[in-house]
Design a protein around this ligand. Structure first.
Ligand code: AHR
Length: 503
């Protein structure tokens, strides 16, 4: 048994819980759009062809923003292909995923879906095969009320009111050699700056995200951010970070420490952004949009993109099946994002449906929750108000990949309006229970409203269409509140949420 302690106090505010931390991502990739959110022949399809079952699960997930249309896909995308009468829309090769896109879903359909599920869109422009002019065209189409070629086209296509999309990504992963139109840092810095300047000439209030690194393992990481921010600083608001985590070679201990890797990545990006701020004598701060993160078994992905003359529509790609251990890591990555809420202002779980996703579907059939759905939904739906840094006193665990990591990873939120306090905690030990003592004496008159733990004797258990419910977050009967202190036992490889409300 390990022993760990936390002190939770309303005095230790890191920053607000930002709704955008709970964003997700819909890319034209595999079965995310087609046969994911959209399947007109499905028994639950609405009049626009969207699956109601997926829409309901999306709402339950509590996701807030959805990034679209890519991802690597956006770097070859001609957005005009996806507007107007569907019968006139061309089918195009998607070089990123060696597929064919029928363009049945485009900007207008995506915006309808966002309205239906109640999420904020986050739009990416193509800075791979295209440039400033096309970025301005799609912005005009989406956001200008009317009286111009593109805004009138939108009205003609049925959307009388402008969409007024606030957040725009200036390309995607332009540091990656796999990206169509990949650029050096200097080349990208120029095009991102010019696109941002022009987009702001049209709409100064836009929130713009420049591409940072595709992972902290990129050779160019750090130098890329420095070059891009030095040039683009005054024209953008956020720099992106992308990273995926997975269990290498069965090394569960290192995998469970993935939150420390994400934390180091965030702190490094902040350090570079702030050094550019100081050197450039800028006053504003550049914050982080962590707009792709998840567990992704990239090396063992169940399906590789097709090759040769095979360019299918919506092939099953990247359909990773997640375990309870993966869900524990996803819960810890969310704890890490919240812990950095002062500088991480937006984040997107990649992706939403079928493609490395919390929601899975059968074409023509069932939709179900993967394991990673649970910590995401419980955090998104319960973290409210301010993020509190909890003083963690935890034993360290040795890992091959990250050195020593704390056995306990935790964060708390406090909603000053309702008085609710929620503690999110992960026991990263592979084999030992952690006995947790929480000092809540800075609060008075709380009671435990809910204490849930997600774990399983076999941490590699996965959900399926036939059984998505036999392992669920379950009440943790060890949680006791006594004289301003909570005691709880957290099983090995577990994620927990303890919600306290005024008595
Ligand atoms: O989310 C899957 C892919 O991962 C995205 O298309 C790309 O941006 C990243 O490399």
């Amino acid at each position: 048994m390990l022993n760990a302690a936390l002190t939770v106090s309303p005095a230790f505010v890191v920053g607000p819980v930002r709704p955008r931390t709970f964003g997700s991502f819909v890319e034209h990739l595999g079965r995310c759009v087609y046969n994911g959110i959209y399947e007109p022949t499905h028994p639950t399809a609405d009049e626009d062809g969207f699956r109601e079952d997926v829409a309901e699960l999306t709402k339950e997930l509590g996701t807030t923003t959805v990034r679209y249309p890519g991802g690597n896909f956006v770097s070859g995308y001609r957005w005009e292909d996806g507007i107007g009468p569907k019968e006139n829309r061309p089918a195009r090769l998607d070089l990123a995923w060696h597929s064919t896109d029928p363009n049945t879903v485009g900007v207008d359909e995506f915006m309808k879906w966002c309205e239906k599920v109640g999420v904020e869109p986050m739009m990416a422009v193509n800075l791979g095969t295209r440039g400033v002019a096309e970025a301005l065209d799609i912005l005009e189409y989406c956001n200008i009320p009317g009286g111009t070629e593109w805004s009138d086209q939108r009205i003609k296509n049925g959307a009388t009111d402008p969409y007024r999309i606030k957040m725009w990504c200036l390309g995607n992963e332009m540091d990656g050699p796999w990206q169509t139109g990949h650029k050096t840092a200097q080349e990208y810095a120029r095009i991102a700056t010019e696109a941002a300047r022009a987009m702001r000439q049209m709409q100064p209030e836009l929130e713009l995200v420049a591409c940072g690194s595709s992972s902290s393992d990129m050779d160019t990481f750090g130098a890329w951010e420095h070059t891009v921010l030095t040039e683009a600083y005054e024209h953008i608001d956020y720099v992106s970070a992308h990273e995926y985590y997975y269990e290498h070679d069965g090394d569960l201990a290192s995998f469970l420490g993935s939150g420390d890797k994400m934390d180091r990545f965030i702190k490094s990006v902040v350090a570079v952004a702030d050094s550019v701020r100081a050197a450039g004598k800028h006053t504003k701060r550049i914050n982080i949009s962590f707009d792709e993160w998840n567990v992704w078994y990239q090396q063992a992905t169940p399906s590789k993109p097709p090759t040769g003359d095979d360019w299918p529509v919506a092939p099953p790609l990247l359909e990773d099946v997640y375990s309870v251990a993966d869900a524990v890591v996803v819960g810890d990555l969310l704890i890490t994002l919240l812990r950095n809420t002062d500088r991480v202002h937006s984040a997107s779980l990649a992706q939403l449906v079928n493609v490395i996703a919390p929601i899975m579907t059968e074409t023509g059939g069932r939709a179900w929750k993967q394991t990673i759905f649970h910590p995401f939904a419980l955090t998104a739906n319960n973290a409210k108000g301010s993020v509190l840094n909890v003083a963690v006193d935890s034993p360290a665990l040795k890992t091959a990949q990250h050195g020593e990591v704390a056995a306990l990873s935790a964060i708390a939120t406090h909603d000053p309006e309702t008085g609710d306090v929620v503690v999110f905690a992960v026991n990263r030990s592979t084999d030992q229970v952690t006995s947790l003592d929480i000092d809540l004496s800075a609060f008075t008159g709380l009671r435990v409203a809910e204490a849930l733990t997600y774990t399983n004797d076999d941490p590699h258990w996965t959900a399926s269409a036939d059984d998505a419910t036999s392992v669920l977050p379950a009440p943790n009967g060890t949680v006791r509140l006594n004289g301003g202190r909570i005691s709880a036992e957290l099983p090995a490889v577990s994620w927990s949420m303890i919600r306290l409300v005024p008595a």
